[in-house]
Design a protein around this ligand. Structure first.
Ligand code: ADP
Ligand code: ASP
Ligand code: MG
Length: 594
């Protein structure tokens, strides 16, 4: 018999009437012939209230007790849901994470799922019950209760759907699907009919709170189809599957992370091992770092900037100041008034001028770009927090995200069916491996590019737009773009990679711009090697960058540029070291290469 997983978020079970409405949806699915597993979140703002209570007792509640406390929220709602279904004349059994056998690691408040046993759930379903699983929780080796991180019920739902081989995982929430951006932030946001796993993964980790990003990692790994829809209506929502809504559209959505902080370490000795030292200290504290930008300066000293969630700033500074002292760096600066604005789309990998369009939109809105990083399917810029909304509005409009995209002719259902077939293979492939383990499926070397860096470009609105206008006008296709913060007021460095045969042309353009903007200098490398590590879980596993730095450092290879996305880590090194770098990375990731 086919199985469906239905997940109800906090607002969808906020009171008894809503619980009864959710119960009716599950009963209806059962009457249509499905086995039904419900996954339920804590009622309304219950989790927030529990966190508040803990903070009234102490500023530093222990993570283990926090999990013990927070897991009670879900225990309340599963039992009420079971009573609701029973009161409507149907059989239901509620189960906690421990009772199901959702095994996790022991990192309290952000535990990862290792395995899930299906036996008890299956038995209850076969006996005609609707099974109601508590979201967001599991149990570690020593029977301690763990939780998966805020918003983690989505991950419980998709993980259960994966192991139970569900036909579909329905996510019932307070919006009727995934939009081009948060519809609460921008009313002109457009409803998406479908979105690809990779796009949803990026959007979720770049601020689209509608889905927990780790749930999409599961879905991608196991080929689980997800339908995000409203708990208040029966209208179609958004399908998350293997294909994008419109393959011709460069951008499918935009997102903002409002509470970011930037850290810059000035005058770091530019040698292999410096970055490793800094980032391993952060990884040891489980701090996830983003937008890493390294800016090679004069006299063998580099400035390293990166962003962290603002809430992690204090811990970050502690770690970074210790690292700076150990390395003999000159100074550490930070800014906690910044926000990250990103656009995402599978289509941008095949189109030119996408970054340029974003920079233009920001310039027209007089928004200054403090940092830039790009990857194959996303562009992120760091801006002042009070300009974030204007920035989001401007890029949303620039990419016509409020308008219907051209009709999509791809036969989507057959592609999803193919993905589901593939899931069997993945599951057998992963046997014996923890479910949320990092998976690397490819490590590749690209020796076709060169790098150009313009030092000391003015830190003012419109500069990036002007630079990439000139580059595009010369017919040059740019791959990676990184703009760093120099630490010196009103200046930045802009690096980009271009095809080798466009190197001379690119240098001419850079020299012209340098004269025009009165910049310090242009440095370049006619021969770089770009190494790409691709897979699932690259950002939620914070040690991927560290492993790369370590393995390259061991061979005395310096990382010149780096960017990370959910599905790929790219590093640029000296072109002569490409093959060695590839071998080092292959060795470093051998245990997770599948
Ligand atoms: P639940 O409690 O059901 O898990 P969440 O609050 O976690 O619900 O997620 C739903 C919310 O996500 C919406 O109310 C919406 O404001 C927000 N959101 C952020 N980005 C997006 C987006 N791109 N599309 C839809 N909703 C979004
Ligand atoms: N109740 C948890 C939270 O509020 C988990 C969830 O809702 O997904 O974060
Ligand atoms: Mg949620």
């Amino acid at each position: 018999m086919s199985l469906i997983v239905q997940k109800f978020g906090g607002t969808s079970v906020a009171d008894s009437q809503k619980i009864l409405a959710a119960a009716r949806k599950a009963i209806r699915a059962q009457q249509q012939g499905y086995h039904v597993v419900m996954v339920v979140s804590a009622m309304g703002k219950n989790t927030d209230l529990l966190i508040d209570l803990a903070n009234q007792i102490t500023d530093h509640p222990s993570a283990r007790e926090m999990d013990m406390l927070l897991s009670t929220g879900e225990q309340v709602s599963v039992s009420l849901m079971a009573m609701a279904i029973q009161s409507l004349g149907h059989n239901a059994v509620s189960l906690t994470g421990a009772q199901i056998g959702i095994r996790t690691d022991s990192s309290h408040t952000k535990a990862r799922i290792k395995s899930i046993s299906t036996e008890r759930v299956q038995r209850l379903l076969d006996a005609g019950n609707i099974v109601i699983a508590a979201g967001f929780q599991g149990i570690d080796e020593d029977f301690n209760i763990t939780t998966l991180g805020r918003g983690g019920s989505d991950t419980t739902a998709v993980a259960l759907a994966a192991v139970l081989k569900a036909e579909l995982c329905e996510i019932y929430t307070d919006v009727d699907g995934v939009y081009t951006t948060d519809p609460r932030a921008l009313p002109e946001a457009r409803h998406l009919n479908r979105i690809s796993y990779d796009e949803m993964l990026e959007l979720a980790s770049l601020g689209a709170g509608v889905m927990h990003n780790r749930s999409i990692e599961f879905a991608k790994k196991f080929g689980t189809r997800i339908h995000v829809r409203s708990s208040l209506s029966d209208a179609d929502g958004t399908l998350i599957g293997s294909l994008p809504e419109s393959p011709d559209h460069p951008v499918c959505g935009a997102a903002v992370l409002k509470d970011e902080a930037r850290i810059t370490i000035l005058g770091v000795p530019d040698r292999p091992g410096s970055s490793l030292d800094i980032f391993s200290r952060l990884a040891a504290r489980n701090i996830s770092v983003d937008m890493i930008v390294q800016n090679v300066g004069e006299q063998g000293k580099a400035d390293i900037s990166f962003t962290v969630p603002k809430g992690e700033l204090a811990a970050t500074l502690e770690a970074v100041e210790a690292a700076a002292e150990a390395l003999g760096a000159v100074d550490v600066m930070h800014d906690d008034q910044v926000a990250k604005v990103s656009v995402v789309g599978l289509g941008m990998a095949r189109q030119t001028g996408v970054a340029d369009k974003m920079f233009h939109a920001l310039a027209a809105a007089s928004v200054n770009i403090q940092m830039i990083t790009t990857s194959e399917i996303k562009i992120s810029v760091l801006v002042a927090r009070d300009e974030a909304h204007a920035a989001l509005k401007a890029v949303h409009k620039a990419f016509d995200l409020d308008k219907e995209p051209p009709r999509n002719s791809v036969a989507t259902s057959s592609a999803d069916a193919a993905a589901a077939l593939n899931a069997e293979e993945v599951i057998s492939h992963l046997r014996g491996v923890d479910m949320e383990e990092l998976v690397i499926n490819d490590i590749s070397l690209d020796e076709s590019q060169a790098r150009v860096t313009i030092h000391g470009v003015p830190d003012a609105p419109g500069v990036a737009a002007k630079v990439f206008d000139e580059v595009a006008a010369a017919g040059i296709f740019v791959d990676m773009i990184i703009q760093s913060f120099n630490g010196i007021a009103d200046e930045a460095s802009l690096s980009f990679t271009v095809p080798k045969d466009k190197f001379d042309e690119s240098l001419r353009v850079a020299d012209k711009l340098t004269a025009e903007f009165d910049c310090q200098a242009v440095t370049s490398s006619p021969d770089i090697a770009k190494l790409s590590v691709s897979g699932v879980g690259l950002r939620s596993h914070t040690d991927v960058a560290i492993r790369s730095f370590r393995s390259l450092g061991e061979a005395d290879i310096n990382v010149e540029m780096i960017n990370t996305s959910e599905v790929r880590l790219n590093v640029v090194v000296d072109g002569k070291r490409g093959t060695t770098a590839l071998a080092q990375l292959q060795r470093a990731f051998a245990d997770v290469l599948r």
